[in-house]
Design a protein around this ligand. Structure first.
Ligand code: AMP
Ligand code: ZN
Length: 116
C-alpha cells in the first residue's frame, strides 16, 4: 500500500522532527504548518480515518490523544486545538488517520480561526 504516513512511521522516509514516539504512536511536525505550533499524532497502524474505526481501535485512539497531550505539555502550550479531519468533505487529504495538534497563537482572532 502506498501510504506516505505508513512510510514515515515505519522510517522508510527519514524524519527529523519527531516530538514523541513509542511502539504504537509517532508525533511529528507538520511540514506545512497551519498554526505557529502544528504537530500530527499518528498511529503506526494504518487506519484510514475516524470513519473506519472499529471497536478494537479504542486503545490506539486514546494513545494518540495522550501522545498529543504530552507533546503539548513538553512544549509548554497553555492551550491548543486537537482536530481530526474526517473524509474528503471533512478536509482529510492523507488517508492515514492523524490528530492535528495546533497551538502557539498569541492573538484572539488567530485563536478563533480554526485552520484547515
Ligand atoms: P489532513 O488534511 O487532515 O489529511 O492533513 C494532512 C496533513 O499532513 C497536512 O497538514 C499536511 O501539511 C501534512 N503532511 C503531508 N505530508 C507530510 C509530510 N511528509 N511530513 C509532514 N507533514 C505532512
Ligand atoms: Zn498508512
Amino acid at each position: 500500500m502506498d501510504c506516505i504516513f505508513c512510510k514515515i512511521v515505519h522510517k522508510e522516509i527519514p524524519l527529523e522532527n519527531i516530538a514523541y514516539e513509542d511502539d504504537d504512536v509517532v508525533v511529528f511536525k507538520d511540514h506545512k504548518p497551519s498554526a505557529p505550533v502544528h504537530y500530527l499524532s499518528v498511529p503506526k497502524e494504518h487506519i484510514q480515518s475516524i470513519m473506519h474505526l472499529e471497536e478494537n481501535h479504542k486503545a490506539i485512539i486514546s494513545k494518540i490523544i495522550f501522545a498529543a497531550k504530552k507533546v503539548a505539555k513538553d512544549l509548554e502550550l497553555k492551550g491548543y486545538k486537537l482536530v481530526f479531519n474526517v473524509g474528503r468533505e471533512g478536509g482529510q487529504v492523507i488517508d492515514h488517520l492523524h490528530l492535528h495538534l495546533l497551538g502557539g497563537w498569541t492573538k484572539q482572532e488567530e485563536i478563533d480561526h480554526l485552520p484547515n
